[in-house]
Design a protein around this ligand. Structure first.
Ligand SMILES: *Cc1c(COP(=O)(O)O)cnc(C)c1O
Ligand SMILES: [Zn+2]
Length: 433
């Protein structure tokens, strides 16, 4: 299908090959699909499903197997592991009074977060365009993913991370995969501002979610879910909101799936932010008349963002899907993380905001009894071992969480025992009581 770049603010269009990140008016750009030439949905769906039987990496990828709706490139340009095709788990819907509850585990991607779905597209497109070097600002997962795809594409990678507040697993990946890692004196929002200023002037390819090709890849979370659920989508799709890339990508996916005839009824998006990093939720309360950035603070470092770059696209997504935006406290996030971890879903704190948010929305009757919901688990448990261990050892005060005694029940710290088998056996019998 043909594509062009289109400004979401003023509607100006540019050739898809243009190396620009914004419209002349400053607006965000979308990759617009010309859908007139699309095959009928039944034929397209059958083609997507038939690729599951292939041995070709692009067909096995949970991103590139939808390439007609993502990006069509010569096979040699595609940089893939392959990614996507993450598992979708059924959870018990009864405690929330729902008819069905699922969790799609994007932490099962090659580098442990959904960022791989966007990165495979952004890096493949960059390779197609002969990029000299790749750069991003990151709270951690974008840098881990970029470092990996850059290494496979043999293109140098520069990542800018905020000083402190980056989860250890993510930093370890960026360093191990060979990215040039620049830790800046400032927040994620400062890093984001710096890379956007620099990228164009110095011929560096920016692959934050400001890059519209990233979002084309992230649309496939919705496509994958649709096929895994037997060609349907639930009433609600629940996702954490940081830079609002997923929010924007999901909105675009649903707009296109509706236009193509894949779905008749559009699921509602529920975007969950941490209370301390909730500029989108605040704007939503005022009907998006006004946006105010904020100084972010939350234990969920992946969504510790005060000035989300995809704001305008995210507003469109909420309006199109009749979506809602809500907030949860850090204590609620950690409680939800514990509950998901104990079901061996396992995730990093930002991902657990989904369950915490769904709990709030069912309590407030925004999500109604008998409805169905899908949680998007954005990142792997191993990304942030420090938080997991603090929670397991009752050290939540060290995470900046006060007055949440209920979290003490999450403790499961290691017990020191002598080495003789008799004593160990006795302790095991005690614990089995
Ligand atoms: C990047 C990230 C988010 C935030 O996603 P946005 O698309 O920026 O809103 C949430 N969770 C995890 C684990 C992430 O890595
Ligand atoms: Zn414009």
């Amino acid at each position: 299908m043909n594509r062009q770049l289109i400004c979401v603010t003023c509607g100006s269009t540019y050739p898809v090959e243009d190396r620009r990140l914004r419209c002349d008016c400053g607006g965000l750009l979308d990759v617009q699909l010309h859908m007139d030439s699309a095959p009928p949905p039944v034929a397209l769906a059958a083609r997507f499903e038939s690729r599951l039987a292939s041995r070709v990496p692009q067909d096995l990828s949970g991103v590139w197997r939808y390439r007609e709706l993502v990006l069509e490139l010569p096979a040699d340009d595609i940089v893939t592991f392959p990614e996507g095709r993450t598992n979708l788990y059924a959870l018990d819907p009864a405690p929330l009074g729902l008819s069905a509850l699922w969790a799609k585990h994007e932490g099962e991607n090659p580098t442990g977060s959904f960022k791989d779905r966007g990165m495979t597209v952004a890096v493949s497109w960059a390779r197609h365009q002969g990029a000299r070097a790749l750069i991003c600002a990151s709270t951690g997962n974008t840098s881990a993913s970029l470092a990996a795809y850059g290494a496979r594409a043999h293109i140098p990678v520069f990542v800018l991370i905020p000083n402190g507040k980056i989860a250890q697993g993510k930093l370890a990946q960026a360093l191990a995969y060979g990215a040039h890692t620049l830790q800046i004196d400032g927040s994620f929002d400062d890093a984001m501002h710096a890379v956007e200023q620099m990228a164009a002037q110095h011929n560096l390819t920016l692959v934050n979610s400001l890059n519209p090709f990233r979002l084309e890849g992230q649309k496939t979370i919705i496509l994958d879910s649709f096929f895994q659920l037997g060609r349907m989508l639930p009433d609600w799709i629940v996702v954490p909101g940081g830079n609002l890339g997923n929010t924007s990508a999901f909105g675009k996916a649903l707009i296109e799936m509706k236009a193509l005839g894949f779905i008749d009824r559009v699921p509602r998006l529920a975007i969950i932010q941490a209370e301390g990093a909730s500029p989108f939720a605040r704007a939503a309360q005022g009907g998006f008349q006004h946006f105010e950035p904020m100084q972010p603070e939350t234990v969920a470092t992946a969504i510790r963002i005060g000035n989300p770059v995809n704001y305008a696209k995210a507003v469109r997504a909420i309006r199109f899907t009749d979506g809602v935006v809500t907030t949860v406290t850090d204590a609620e996030i950690l409680q939800a993380k514990h509950d998901l971890d104990r079901q061996a879903i396992g995730c990093e704190p930002a991902s657990a905001a989904t369950l915490a948010g769904l709990r709030r929305l069912t309590r407030e009757q925004v999500v109604r009894p008998g409805e169905s919901a899908l949680l998007i688990i954005t990142g792997n448990l191993l990304k942030d071992p420090d938080t997991t261990i603090a929670l397991a050892t009752g050290q939540t005060a060290a995470l900046g969480i006060q007055g949440a005694p209920s979290l003490d029940a999450c403790a499961n710290g290691p017990r020191h025992v002598p080495s003789d088998p008799e004593t160990i056996a006795r302790i095991i019998e005690e614990e089995l009581q």
